[in-house]
Design a protein around this ligand. Structure first.
Ligand SMILES: [Zn+2]
Length: 257
């Protein structure tokens, strides 16, 4: 055996996702089962990198076996299929709660009054810190993949958004594209906020009207889980996301389609 090959074999980090595990991930995750073979291979490579670079910490009593870890890695890497592994920069930990978790919030308003409240979350992405997910919510997304929700994609969208140092609903993009993106997203966001403020029923999760960065994260969930609804509501936003994330694996597979 040539020395170079021996060195390569010895020096190679073992693949943390074996073939049988990957097949089980694809069987569990409709979005992965629907990917073209080349994109599925790319996703597996990204998920492998994810498992090598990120510490995944379950909070008791949750336990994460290799299949669950590979599933989480693959879900978090779905938004990186076109963007690539640079999307993993800037953080090292994925914390997974068994269920939705409570966080204590506080805010000092313009009058100097401290407001404190509890939020119950399915996921959270800290600036330069961990990404946090609720396993029960991840499973609910997998059980109903065309309902418009994917908490892993939502939190990863925040991570991509934050890569340029500002959480504003615009990830790092080539300059011309970024300008068009900012204009089209702002217009769609303003329209949604006006509808919500007027008390009207909106077709997508009204949480998207909280802030421009939430609009981007929520629309990212729809790109993967209900692209037709996203296109019907915000055609320009849908087109940007298709360019950014690639063709949705739910395209043409939603109920009734
Ligand atoms: Zn969010």
């Amino acid at each position: 055996m040539p020395a170079g090959l021996i060195r390569r074999l010895l020096g190679r980090t073992p693949d943390p996702i074996d073939e049988a595990t990957w097949q089980q991930v694809a069987a569990r995750v409709a979005w992965i089962a629907a990917l073209e073979p080349a994109r599925a291979r790319r996703l597996r490579e990204l998920a492998t990198l994810f498992l090598q670079r990120k510490a995944i910490t379950p909070i008791e009593p949750l336990e994460l076996d290799p299949l669950r870890r590979a599933t989480l890695a693959a879900l978090c890497c779905l938004p990186l299929l076109e963007f690539g592994a640079e999307g993993l920069h800037g953080w090292t930990q994925l914390i997974v709660y068994p269920d939705a978790f409570r966080v204590n919030r506080s805010h000092v308003d313009a009058a100097g009054v401290l407001h404190e409240w509890d939020d119950e979350l399915a996921g959270e992405a800290w600036d330069n810190g961990p990404l946090v997910l609720s396993w029960a919510d991840v499973e609910a997304d997998l059980d109903d993949p065309h309902a418009g929700f994917c908490v892993a994609v939502h939190e990863m969208a925040h991570k991509l958004d934050a890569l340029d140092g500002v959480l504003d609903g615009t990830p790092p993009l080539p300059r011309d594209w970024q300008r068009q993106w900012a204009r089209d997203f702002q217009q769609a966001y303003d329209g949604l906020v006006a509808e919500v403020d007027a008390g009207g029923e909106v077709a997508i999760d009204p949480y998207a009207a909280e802030a421009p960065e939430e609009f981007f994260a929520v629309c990212s969930e729809y790109h993967f889980s209900d692209p037709e609804l996203l296109r019907a509501c915000f055609p320009r936003v849908a087109a940007h996301l298709e360019r950014f994330y690639g063709r949705s694996p739910s395209e043409g597979t939603a109920c009734g389609a």
